[in-house]
Design a protein around this ligand. Sequence first.
Ligand code: SF4
Length: 456
Amino acid sequence: MNEHDSERISGLLESDGYEQTSATDDADVIVLNTCCIRENADNKLYGALGNLKELKESKPDLQIAVAGCLAQKDKNLIQNKASHVDVVFGTHNVHRATELLSEARVNGPITEIWDEASDDFEEFASALPAKRESEFMAWLTIQVGCDNNCAFCIVPSVRGKEISRPVEDIVAEAKVQAASGVSEITLLGQNVNSYGRDLSLQERRDGQDVKIRPKFADLLREVGAIEGVRRVRYTSPHPKDMNIDVYQAMEETPTVVPHLHFPLQSGSDSILAAMHRGYTGEKFLEKLALARQTITDLAVSTDIIVGFPGETDDDFERTLEIASAAEFDNAYTFVFSPRAGTEAAEMTEKFCDPDVVQDRYKRLKTVVDRSSLAKNLARVGRTEEVVVEGPSKKDPNFLTGRTVHNKVVHFPVEKFKPGTYVEVKITEARKQYLLGELVRKVASPTYKTKITVEAA
Ligand code: SF4
């Protein structure tokens, strides 16, 4: 969500006449878009602002803006701590970025934080231009905010209550994206399974007007049917709200990829209850088994936190058991670190011994790495469709791409533009990636390459 906000801020600035630069010294505007999900976001922000102070002194017309959830949380504190900041805006008024910069140029420093998102989606989602990092992949916001209260998570307090975006807006934006050459769309929400709870659709049934709630499963089907869209992903679902409708939509819609990110967080029922996650370890495994029964060749990734306050050795053993039984393709593992403003950050008397947590973390890594490697080895010998992302960052003799299962594949370099779909025969597997050989090209990218035209 934060990265997508950065794209939107970038797009707004570009439509206001700015150009992107990689040289900080050349910039007329610098926007620091913060994310307090990340560890030490405040230290990093104030460190970066300290480094920019000298530049601002030597270049007084430079404008510095701070955006994102740390700005939402810290409000006036930012300009109190760093008076050289021109504009502070939060997560709910991203669309005001360029106006605020203009106002600050005339009237001096501004902090503008909205407590809630506007219900008018024209203002803050589809209508905003976005400068996408990729020509062929795009994020598509379907919902903002979150009505859950996971004890470790800062999102509800900085992103506000859940608001779903109307189906027709989402589908319209997806069509525009597809028409501009986007072939892979990721639907983005904090809890996509609760999409539509706050919306109702008018429908005529048996001669009567009835109101029904739009469902996430139907949205998957609609976006998946748009011409030009080859892959639809989504993030993130919540295990407590996941249901068979979504699995069936994934199975029945060929463009919706067979990859599920299913955040476990912990395997211990008492820790899951303390986190307010709304499911038990057994329930998680049941829902996962149903997903695997319903969706052909499903890959599953997850998030797991180690050392949540109060986690005992027995709790952790349960996490190992559930993680092992779940046989994840990939797991993002984190050591618990308190986020100011969350319930878990207040549980200081229950914080775990850091050495014990490090040891648990290593043991968990061993378990999840073992299943990642086993899952990747099982793909050796298969031919997979891969979308080319570009040259490998480590070895220019290889191209890097991704399979439908979101697995990274490296294969010997060929002249393919990013966004080309190819088939690759998988020859080797490591725990984090696959190696392969090109079989054939499947489809060219459909986005247009911009050519600069200069006056003679
Ligand atoms: S569902 Fe996700 S975004 Fe919402 S509170 Fe829980 S972890 Fe945070």
